[in-house]
Design a protein around this ligand. Structure first.
Ligand SMILES: [Zn+2]
Ligand SMILES: [Zn+2]
Length: 150
C-alpha cells in the first residue's frame, strides 16, 4: 500500500498515485504525464523527480489533535458540572493516552526536499528528519526557478 501525494510538477495541482505497480499518471488539470515505476520497499529516491535527498516526518493530520483536546475539555466541563469527577478524569486521561497512542501508530511520510512529494507506506529507517540547511538550499533553488520563469 505504497502511494505518493504530490503537487503536479507543471501546474502544482495536488495529486496522488499508487506506487505498488508501475503506472502512468496523468494530471487532471494540465494533462502532464508522468511515468511512475514501482518502488522497492525502501525508497531510494523521490518517485516523482528522482531527487536523492528526502526527509521523514510524522504523517499526523494537523489540527486533529487540537480538535480532540477541545472536545475532551468541553466534555470534561460538562461532566464536572454534573459532579462526575470520575468521568472527568477518565475523559481527560483517556484522551491524553489516546493522543499518544495515535501519534505512535501513525507512520512516517517520506518527503522530497525538492518537489514536496509525500511518500506513504515506506519504512522510515535510514531517513533523517527535516534539516533546515538542506531545506533552505532547496528553497533558494525554487526561488531562482520562479524568477527564471518570469
Ligand atoms: Zn498539472
Ligand atoms: Zn521529488
Amino acid at each position: 500500500m505504497a502511494k505518493v501525494v504530490f503537487p503536479c510538477p507543471v501546474c502544482d495541482v495536488p495529486a496522488q498515485a499508487s506506487l505498488d505497480a508501475p503506472n502512468d499518471w496523468q494530471c487532471s488539470a494540465c494533462d502532464h504525464r508522468l511515468r511512475l515505476d514501482a518502488t522497492p520497499p525502501k525508497l531510494p529516491c523521490c518517485a516523482i523527480c528522482g531527487n536523492l535527498e528526502l526527509y521523514k516526518r510524522k504523517d499526523f493530520p494537523h489540527g486533529f489533535g487540537m480538535v480532540l483536546l477541545v472536545v475532551a475539555c468541553t466534555l470534561s466541563l460538562v461532566t464536572y458540572g454534573l459532579y462526575q469527577k470520575f468521568w472527568t478524569w477518565f475523559i481527560l486521561l483517556g484522551t491524553a493516552l489516546f493522543d499518544g497512542v495515535l501519534f505512535a501508530l501513525v507512520g512516517d511520510a517520506i518527503v522530497c526536499y525538492r518537489c514536496n512529494a509525500h511518500h506513504k507506506g515506506f519504512p522510515s529507517e535510514g531517513h533523517e528528519p527535516f534539516e533546515l540547511t538542506i531545506g533552505e538550499r532547496y528553497r533558494q533553488e525554487r526561488l531562482r526557478k520562479e524568477q527564471f520563469r518570469k
